[in-house]
Write a protein that binds this ligand. Structure first.
Ligand code: ADP
Ligand code: MG
Length: 477
C-alpha cells in the first residue's frame, strides 16, 4: 500500500504533531473535542520532505491523494470548488512541528475566480464582501506563490484610497474593490506573463507547492537557526474551509491569550477587529479593539468564545494562544497553541496552574524553559532617571525590558549600524517577517501601529527584546 500523505482534520489528533505540524495537530484536536473549526485536511510534513527528495516536485502519488481529499473535504463541508451554488473557498496554511510565527505565508480565499466572485456576490447580496475576498486572494497568491511582491499591490490600494478620499481599507466600496481586482490581475499578468489562474485545483496545487518551498526561504532559515529547529522536519500544509470575518459589521477576526503573556495574569487578553480578515489584526492596518470590548459589542460570540477558552485550557492544561473569526455572529476557531510567554509570565502561570490543580509540581518545573530564565534579568531603566525624563509618546508594553540606542528606520540600517558597533532602536510603522535580522540587531523595537499581538510584539517577546508597539503619536511616512 502506498504511504498516506493526507489527513482530514477528523483523522488526526494532538499527538500527531510530527506528521501534521503543530497547527494541523491542534486543528484536528479541536475538531475532536467538538469545537467549531472550519473543516479541511492536512498534507503531512512527510509530503514536504518527499517534495525536497524528489528535487522540489510534488510527485504524482501525493498529487492524487490531495485530489482525493479535495473530494472528501467537499463532502464534509457541503461546498464545491468552482460551484455555481455553493462555492468552496479555502485557506492554505503552513504549519511546522514547532510554531514559527509569521515565518511562512498563508493564502486566504483560494478557489475564487471571475465566475465564483459573481456567484458569491449575487447569492450573498454582499458584493463588497465578494470583491474584498477576491482582491485579497489575488494579492496573497501573487505574493506568496508567484513572488510578485506585496508592494505593487499595496501601492495600487493606496492610490485607490487617495483617489476616493478615504484612509481605511474598509471605506472602499464594492466597485472600488472590483476595479482593484482588475488592476491586480493586470499587474500579475504584467509581471508573470500569464493570466491569473482560474481553476481552483490548479490554484491549490500552486499554493501547496509555495508552502513547501517557503520552508527553505531565508527568513524561515534564520528563525530555525535561532530556535534550534532542524531543517529536516519540513512543514505540513493545512487546507481549511474559510470562515469570513469580512462580511460586515457583525463579523470580525481576533487573536487572544487565555492569560496575559507578559505577566501571566489570569484572564483573557487579546484583540478583535470588526469586518476584517486574517492578517488584518496582526498587520496593524487598523487598530483593533481590546477583547473586553468585544463583550459589549458581540455578546453572543464573546460568550461562546469564553466557553471555548475554558475548554481549551482545561484540555491542554496550559495557557492558550488562539485565533478566531466571527462570521455573522457565529464563532469559528482557527488555531490554538500553547502561548509564548515572557519568563515572568511562565513562572506565574506554572505556579498558578499548580494552585488551580491543573498540573503537578513536576509538570510545572518542566514547563519552564531554562534558557528563558535569563530574560528575568532584562535591563530596566533607572527609576529616578525614568521619572525625570519627558515622554515622547505612549505605546503598548509589548515586550518587557528597556532599550537605549540611536533611532534607525529600516532593518538594513539596524544591521549595518549594529555591525559597526552602534546601539540602535529600530522604529517602524509595523514590522514584517523581512525585518527579522534588523530586529535582532536592535536593542529594542518601537512600532507606530499594531497591538500586543502584532508581528513586532510576538517576535520581540520570543527574542526577549524590549518592544513598544502601537505608538500612534509618532508621525512617520
Ligand atoms: P500564521 O502562522 O502567520 O498565524 P495562519 O495560517 O495562522 O498564519 O493564518 C494567517 C491568518 O489567516 C490568521 O489570522 C488566521 O486566523 C487567518 N486564517 C487562516 N485560515 C483561515 C480560514 N480558514 N478562515 C478565516 N481565517 C483564516
Ligand atoms: Mg496563525
Amino acid at each position: 500500500m502506498s504511504k498516506k500523505f493526507v489527513y482530514l482534520f477528523s483523522e488526526g489528533n494532538a499527538t500527531m504533531r510530527e506528521l501534521l505540524g503543530g497547527k494541523g495537530a491542534n486543528l484536528a484536536e479541536m475538531t475532536h473535542i467538538g469545537l467549531p473549526v472550519p473543516q479541511g485536511f492536512t498534507i503531512s510534513t512527510e509530503a514536504c520532505t518527499q517534495y525536497y527528495e524528489d528535487g522540489r516536485k510534488i510527485n504524482d502519488e501525493i498529487q492524487a491523494q490531495i485530489m482525493e481529499y479535495i473530494d472528501k473535504m467537499e463532502e464534509v463541508v457541503g461546498k464545491k470548488f468552482g460551484d455555481k451554488e455553493n462555492p468552496l473557498l479555502v485557506s492554505v496554511r503552513s504549519g511546522a512541528r514547532a510554531s514559527m510565527p509569521g515565518m511562512m505565508d498563508t493564502i486566504l480565499n483560494l478557489g475564487l475566480n471571475e465566475d465564483v466572485v459573481e456567484v458569491m456576490s449575487a447569492k450573498s447580496g454582499n458584493p463588497r464582501w465578494a470583491w474584498d475576498c477576491y482582491r485579497r486572494f489575488i494579492q496573497m497568491y501573487s505574493d506568496v506563490v508567484m513572488e510578485v511582491g506585496k508592494k505593487y499591490f499595496e501601492q495600487l490600494i493606496d492610490e485607490m484610497k487617495e483617489a476616493k478620499g478615504v484612509t481605511q481599507d474598509i471605506d472602499l466600496t464594492a466597485d472600488d474593490l472590483k476595479t482593484l481586482a482588475g488592476q491586480f490581475k493586470a499587474e500579475y499578468k504584467n509581471k508573470i506573463g500569464k493570466d491569473f489562474p482560474t481553476d481552483p485545483k490548479e490554484q491549490l496545487m500552486g499554493a501547496v507547492e509555495a508552502v513547501f518551498r517557503s520552508w527553505d526561504n531565508p527568513r524561515a532559515n534564520v528563525y530555525r537557526r535561532d530556535n534550534d529547529i532542524p531543517y529536516s522536519w519540513g512543514t505540513a500544509v493545512n487546507v481549511q474551509a474559510m470562515a469570513f470575518g469580512n462580511m460586515g459589521d457583525n463579523c470580525g477576526t481576533g487573536v487572544a491569550f487565555t492569560r496575559d503573556p507578559a505577566t501571566g495574569e489570569k484572564g483573557l487578553m487579546g484583540e478583535f477587529l470588526v469586518n476584517a480578515q486574517g492578517e488584518d489584526v496582526v498587520a496593524g492596518v487598523r487598530t483593533p479593539m481590546p477583547i473586553a470590548e468585544m463583550a459589549e459589542k458581540f455578546p453572543a460570540a464573546y460568550e461562546q468564545f469564553t466557553k471555548v477558552c475554558a475548554i481549551l485550557e482545561d484540555h491542554y492544561r496550559d495557557m492558550q494562544d488562539m485565533e478566531f473569526t466571527v462570521e455573522e455572529g457565529k464563532l469559528y476557531m482557527l488555531q490554538t497553541r500553547n502561548g509564548k510567554r515572557t519568563a515572568k509570565a511562565a513562572l506565574k502561570i506554572a505556579c498558578d496552574l499548580v494552585d488551580e490543580g491543573m498540573i503537578d509540581e513536576k509538570q510545572a518545573v518542566a514547563m519552564i524553559d531554562p534558557r528563558n530564565l535569563d530574560t528575568l534579568l532584562h535591563p530596566q531603566f533607572d527609576a529616578k532617571a525614568l521619572k525625570a525624563a519627558t515622554p515622547a509618546g505612549k505605546g503598548l508594553g509589548a515586550s518587557p525590558g528597556a532599550a537605549c540606542g540611536k533611532v534607525v528606520f529600516t532593518a538594513e540600517d539596524a544591521e549595518a549600524w549594529n555591525a559597526r558597533g552602534e546601539k540602535v532602536v529600530l522604529v517602524r510603522l509595523e514590522t514584517s517577517p523581512e525585518d527579522i535580522t534588523g530586529m535582532k540587531a536592535a536593542q529594542g523595537i518601537l512600532t507606530v501601529r499594531g497591538g500586543m499581538t502584532s508581528h513586532a510584539a510576538v517576535v520581540a517577546r520570543g527574542m526577549g527584546s524590549c518592544c513598544v508597539s502601537g505608538c500612534g503619536e509618532i508621525k512617520m511616512d
